[in-house]
Design a protein around this ligand. Structure first.
Ligand SMILES: [Zn+2]
Ligand SMILES: [Zn+2]
Length: 350
C-alpha cells in the first residue's frame, strides 16, 4: 500500500526577489539523516544575499533559512547519536568528509560543499527540515529557542578569533557593530585583548559595545576614526583589525589603522562584487590578511559559551517572527533597511 504523502508549509525562494509561502512535501530522512520539527531559525544577512540573487551559488527553487534547530521528529537508518524528542541545533555546512580539507578539519572548505538553505539543500524556514546526523548538536535545556537562533552567529566569531594571532595585551579594532561584530569584541577581551575599538555608523548598535567589552566606541559619522586610533596607539596602529561590516569604507579604514605587520581578518560578506581597496599598505607594511567562512568544529564550544553564561546572546534579539511573516520581511526590505532598530530577528515556530 502506498502511504499518502505528508505536506508542510515552507518559504520557497524561486529566484531574485521571489519568496513565498508554499505547501510542499514534508522531507523524509534518508540514511544517516535526522528529520527535525523546526522551533527557531535565526535570520541571517546571507539570506538577503540569496533573496536578491547576489549569492550566485544559490539555485532556485529552494527553501531558504540556515541558522535553526528544533525537536527531532524521526531519524533515518544508521542514526545513533540522537532520538525523537531531542532538542537540537543544526550546523548548516554540508561536506563530503573525505577530501583533503575535510580530513584536516577544514570542512567549511570542502571541495564538494553544500549549505543548508543556501547551496544545494533545502533550508529551515519550513515546518520540518532534514540534516545529516553529524550536523546535529544537542541543545542544553537552559538555552531557549530564541537564544538558539544566535548560536550560528556566535560560532563564526569563535572560529574567527582562533584564526588570529591575538594574544595577551593585543589591541583590536572591530568594524561593524552587528551581532557578529559585538561577539568579536567580547571574544577578543576573553582572549586577552588590552583594548578593543568598535567602529560603526549606527548609534543604536554601537550602544551595545560596552556590554560586549568594547573599550572605545567610534561612529564614523562623528568621529575621525583613523586619527583617533593612531593617537590612542601612539602612532602605532592596532595589532588586529576585524572587518565584520562587509563595507569597502570599513575595509579601507581598517587597513589605515593597522600597525606595521598587523593582521586583518575579513568576515563581512562582499557579495555585491569587487570594491575599491588600496592594497599598497598590505605590501608596504607587510600586513597579514585572512578570510573567515563558517565555523568548522566550533558548535560545541559555542553552545557551552552560551549555556554557562560566558556570553549572553538574548539582548541582541530585537525581533521575533512567525514563518508566515518571512516573505514579507524580505520583500518589503524590512530586514535590509534595518527598520525599528533591527539587530537580530529569529523566526519562531509553535
Ligand atoms: Zn548565517
Ligand atoms: Zn570534503
Amino acid at each position: 500500500m502506498v502511504k499518502a504523502k505528508d505536506y508542510m508549509k515552507a518559504a520557497v525562494w524561486e529566484g531574485p526577489y521571489k519568496l513565498s509561502l508554499k505547501t510542499v512535501e514534508k522531507p523524509v530522512p534518508g540514511d544517516g539523516d535526522v528529520l527535525i520539527k523546526t522551533k527557531a531559525v535565526g535570520i541571517c544577512g546571507s539570506d538577503l544575499e540569496v533573496f536578491d540573487g547576489r549569492f550566485k551559488q544559490s539555485v532556485p527553487p529552494m527553501i531558504i533559512g540556515h541558522e535553526g534547530g528544533g525537536i527531532v521528529e524521526r531519524v533515518g537508518p544508521g542514526v545513533t547519536k540522537v532520538s525523537p524528542g531531542d532538542r537540537v541545533i543544526v550546523e548548516c555546512l554540508l561536506y563530503c568528509g573525505e577530501c583533503i580539507n575535510c580530513r584536516t578539519g577544514m570542512y567549511n572548505l570542502c571541495s564538494q560543499h553544500k549549505v543548508i538553505g543556501m547551496i544545494g539543500h533545502d533550508g529551515e524556514y519550513a515546518e520540518y527540515f532534514v540534516a545529516p546526523e553529524r550536523n546535529v548538536h544537542i541543545l542544553p535545556e537552559n538555552i531557549t529557542w530564541p537564544e538558539a537562533g544566535l548560536i550560528d552567529t556566535l560560532a563564526g566569531p569563535v572560529a574567527g578569533i582562533e584564526k588570529t594571532n591575538l594574544h595577551l595585551g593585543s589591541t583590536v579594532a572591530v568594524y561593524g557593530p552587528g551581532p557578529a561584530g559585538l561577539f568579536f569584541c567580547k571574544l577578543a577581551k576573553l582572549r586577552g585583548a588590552r583594548k578593543v575599538y568598535l567602529v560603526g555608523t549606527r548609534d543604536y548598535r554601537l550602544a551595545f559595545g560596552e556590554q560586549y567589552g568594547a573599550d572605545v566606541v567610534l561612529n564614523t559619522k562623528r568621529d575621525n576614526v583613523e586619527e583617533y586610533i593612531h593617537e590612542d596607539t601612539q602612532g602605532q596602529g592596532v595589532d588586529l583589525v576585524i572587518e565584520a561590516a562587509g563595507a569597502a569604507q570599513a575595509l579601507n579604514s581598517g587597513l589605515e589603522v593597522l600597525k606595521k605587520g598587523g593582521e586583518l581578518l575579513i568576515y563581512g560578506v562582499f557579495g555585491g562584487g569587487p570594491v575599491p581597496v588600496d592594497i599598497q599598505p598590505i605590501q608596504i607594511n607587510e600586513l597579514i590578511v585572512k578570510g573567515l567562512n563558517g565555523s568548522p568544529l566550533k558548535y560545541p564550544d559555542t553552545i557551552e559559551l552560551i549555556s554557562d553564561g560566558t556570553i549572553s546572546v538574548k539582548q541582541l534579539i530585537s525581533h521575533t517572527f512567525k514563518l508566515e511573516d518571512v516573505p514579507r520581511l524580505f520583500s518589503t526590505g524590512f530586514i535590509s533597511s534595518r527598520e525599528e532598530d533591527y539587530m537580530k530577528g529569529v523566526v519562531l515556530f509553535d
